[in-house]
Design a binder for this molecule. Structure first.
Ligand code: SF4
Length: 397
């Protein structure tokens, strides 16, 4: 079950994975194929639309309040393909009139025509991958654009009528210093984004950056931590509210779709490598585009992994996911939803408070501090150990 009360249908999120990019970035381990592959793009579009049409009947009574096109690079896939998929979602699901509908974009693959088309079809949020303002670093990490293109893209997006623009930034990049990172953040703030996601570079096994890491001057963990804390401070002073470890927004501009993941909401994913959490089960689609296309058309299996999540594991997920957010966790909610006693967790949380890693709201609620976000893995792992001692309580509280 999701974090919602049993039996209650929460609004549904839909994620569509577009598995195409102009080229592969050196650090990226998301499932996507590089280059224009017209026949595969057409076949993918037909397959995902068929998949969506077949799945609509699985969710009667669900209202869809967020739709997110990620990838991959949806804008590289093109406006006609994206809108055809969005229209299939609208025909197959009950989409709320005020649904948040996002697409991810790269600066090199937006045009005024594409943006106007997507805006007029009902998209109302753009997530633009900028990463940093240094063209030499952008080149090193294999991004297919420079910073001037990013600036131009933001202006184009505003001119097309979007009122909710998010930008993605990365720190800990090869050759990046603390000063360079602070300059990037300040520079990007001049673009006045409504929402900012900032991620530290992670070396993912199998990526070119991982394989060749010795060749690069990569910031160490301490420098990455300094970069993180500096960014939190700059964004706070400029009026952006941190609502998750890596996400910051102006008032009312937090991503409703992403909050669904952290709040344990239900969502369905379409396209290769997409995940779903629906009706108490978590499942992931195979990360193999030809296999996905064939499986959909032949009526075969496209799911690579499916799990029924036991209640105690859901309780652990609540701790893990909610502590990523600034809303944090609450004794009342934990006990009501999972019928487990919260008490064994309090000692760990109080210890974290003494170390300035967490703070209590005095009403049984706790959240991590920015310093705590940096060490969240260790706090959460202590909590999961303590959770083993949480006894079932015999009634809802
Ligand atoms: S554009 Fe995004 S999805 Fe595509 S390779 Fe780069 S990081 Fe990965």
């Amino acid at each position: 079950m999701s974090f919602s009360s049993r039996g209650e249908k929460t609004p549904l999120g839909i994620y569509v994975h577009i598995p195409f990019c102009r080229s592969k970035c050196q650090y990226c381990d998301f499932y996507s194929l590089a280059g224009k592959q017209e026949h595969l793009m057409r076949a993918y579009r037909r397959a995902v639309i068929t998949h969506i049409k077949e799945s609509g009947e699985l969710a009667p009574g669900y209202r869809v309040d967020t739709i997110y096109f990620g990838g991959g690079t949806p804008t590289f896939f093109g406006a006609r393909g994206i809108t055809a998929i969005l229209n299939a979602i609208r025909k197959s699901f009950d989409v709320a009139a005020n649904a948040e509908i996002t697409f991810e974009a790269n600066p090199d693959s937006v045009t005024p025509w594409l943006l106007h088309k997507l805006r007029s079809e009902g998209f109302n949020r753009v997530s633009l991958g900028i990463q940093c303002d240094d063209d030499a670093i952008l080149k090193t990490i294999g991004r297919p654009h420079n910073y001037a293109q990013a600036v131009k893209a933001v202006k184009m997006i505003r001119r097309a009528g979007f009122r909710n623009i998010s930008v993605d930034l990365m720190y800990g990049l090869p050759g990046q210093t603390l000063e360079m990172w602070e300059k990037t953040v300040n520079h990007v703030l001049q673009l006045d984004p409504d929402h900012i996601s900032c991620y530290g570079l992670k070396l993912e096994e199998g990526t070119p950056l991982y394989e060749n890491q010795d060749r690069y001057d990569l910031p160490d963990d301490d420098l990455q931590a300094d970069m993180y804390l500096a960014m939190v401070d700059i964004l706070r002073r400029r009026g952006y509210r941190q609502y998750e470890i890596s996400n910051f927004a102006k008032r009312e501009m937090a991503s409703k779709h992403n909050l669904k993941y952290w709040n344990g909401g239900e969502y369905l994913g379409f396209g290769p490598a997409a995940s779903s959490d629906f009706a108490g089960k978590r499942f992931t689609i195979m990360n193999d585009l030809p296999g996905y296309i064939q499986g959909i058309h032949a009526g075969g299996q496209v799911i690579s992994e499916i799990q029924q999540i036991p209640p105690r594991e859901r309780a652990g997920e609540y701790l893990m996911l909610r502590l990523r957010t600034t809303a944090g966790i609450s004794r009342e909610e934990y006990e009501r939803r999972y019928l487990l006693n919260f008490e064994p967790l309090v000692e760990v949380l109080d210890r974290a408070c003494l170390r300035n890693l967490a703070m209590s709201n005095g009403k049984g609620g706790y959240r991590l501090t920015p310093e705590g976000f940096l060490l969240s893995n260790s706090v959460i792992s202590d909590l999961l150990i303590a959770q083993e001692k949480c006894q079932a309580i015999g009634k809802r509280v």
